[in-house]
Design a protein around this ligand. Sequence first.
Ligand SMILES: Cc1cc2nc3c(=O)[nH]c(=O)nc-3n(C[C@H](O)[C@H](O)[C@H](O)COP(=O)(O)O)c2cc1C
Length: 369
Amino acid sequence: MNLYRALLAPLLFRLDAENVHALAIRGAELASSSPRLCSHIARRHAPRSARLAIEFAGLRFATPLGLAAGFDKSARAVPLLAALGFGHVEVGSISAQPSAGNPKPRLFRIPQDRGIVVNYGLPNDGAERVAQRVGALRARPPLGINIVSTNRGASAPPESDEAVIADYLESARRLQPLADYLCLNLSCPNTREGRGFFHEPARLARLLQGLDTMAQGGIRKPIFLKVAPFQSPADLEALLAAVEPARCVTGFSVNLPPGKPPGLKTPAAQLAVMPGAVSGPAAAPAADATLRELYRRMDRSRYRLIGSGGIFTAEDAYRKIRLGASLVQLMTALVYEGPGVVASINSGLARLLERDGVRHIGDVVGVDA
Ligand SMILES: Cc1cc2nc3c(=O)[nH]c(=O)nc-3n(C[C@H](O)[C@H](O)[C@H](O)COP(=O)(O)O)c2cc1C
């Protein structure tokens, strides 16, 4: 029996979603300060099958399954989160300046769809504070740092293109020495700059040029670009063309689409008072379609993909890997299934590989695309 689902979730679901998120991070932060506790938890949850290990871009992941950005926004709890069995942890999104995000309420559960409606608007402690925190970490799994431009709030005057790009570059400069990879969030569904800014390929090209030519030798860490699911193949081709000249890009990660996807079971009247984007299984169809199309069209000798959106089971993770993802990530399953879901997906994935006679998970990346 899943004790979290049976006992804890019904209690937590009576409380405000954002308060529970803050409580979870605070608890995980406290636990993170005890290396003994973390290594005890890690011994019980670490991925055990060598079949799950995957390497690329000079990084080695014990399992392709990682924690998606947005759970540990300011890198407060990496040791405990890593101990749950994740092969990588992506923190953020982090901006050059601290941000309070959007006004509350801005986080809602929709249990009928096993999803979350999120309208956080990127609250975080800012690059400098996060750099100090990450710099103090000792052993850790591969750490992704997700960066974005500062959300200064709806009443702030619109930023110039140069200011938005400079914000990313400042965070990249400060955080790249501490990260194993950087992920540039180009697609936050819930902020003014996040939504459409980089649909303009010339702006993306300027950002990537800036990274390539950054002071102190440019970017030296792998860079992923987190993009919204594509509306059309033409949008996808435009992105690939804009990225082509940049040498620093290692691959792409797929974000939540803005707004509400079709077919939700939650009544429309409830959704009407929940601004934001929807995570969980309802996000999977658009994310999977984008994953498959990217895998088909991209230069596979050059790029790798990170898939997220509705991973609750080993089968969900396996599907995304077979559609083209070299790494997969989850967040919403932690809320509905509890922290044990990580180890159970890892062992389920190992069983699926054994069933299919696959020796290394990397051998099935993209086989169904
Ligand atoms: C509460 C919440 C906050 C999120 N915050 C961020 C964020 O700050 N940056 C980002 O790149 N993605 C963010 N995401 C998107 C997740 O990283 C992930 O791509 C998405 O939730 C799909 O996975 P899931 O269905 O397993 O949750 C957020 C998602 C949720 C639900």
